[in-house]
Design a protein around this ligand. Structure first.
Ligand code: HEM
Length: 90
């Protein structure tokens, strides 16, 4: 399978609140919240058209994925390197 450059959601609950994730999933244009440098077909899609209840449930679940700070930093560094091709330690 070909890799897509979507960020890992591992520990996302330590980075974003339930409300934030709900608003992000509900946005008609998620790139107005997080601008994307990716080609349109790889960008975060809008989930505004799925039932509100499902968006609430997804936000609740993903915001519950909390991790220790050191682990979150590792995940963020890996994501940064994946997205930019640059070494996060620099
Ligand atoms: C229920 C499914 C999904 C959830 C809960 C979800 C959640 C998220 C969250 C919370 C972020 C922000 C991460 C941050 O704050 O750093 C994000 C970003 C992103 N997601 Fe998703 N995502 C989902 C599905 C997808 C799918 C299907 C794709 C690709 C086809 C995708 C591609 C991306 C990309 C590329 C970004 C970075 C921002 C951008 O370039 O637009 N996501 N996603």
């Amino acid at each position: 399978m070909q890799a897509v450059p979507a960020p890992s959601l591992d520990g996302i609950g330590s980075l974003r609140t339930e409300e934030w994730i709900y608003d992000y999933l509900s946005a008609k244009d998620p790139q107005s919240i997080i601008p994307s440098r990716l080609k349109p077909r790889f960008r975060m899609p809008s989930f505004a058209n799925i039932p509100e209840e499902d968006r609430r449930l997804l936000a609740k679940y993903f915001s519950s994925l909390k991790v220790e700070d050191w682990y979150l930093k590792e995940v963020q560094d890996n994501e940064y390197e994946k997205l930019t091709g640059k070494d996060a330690a620099q």
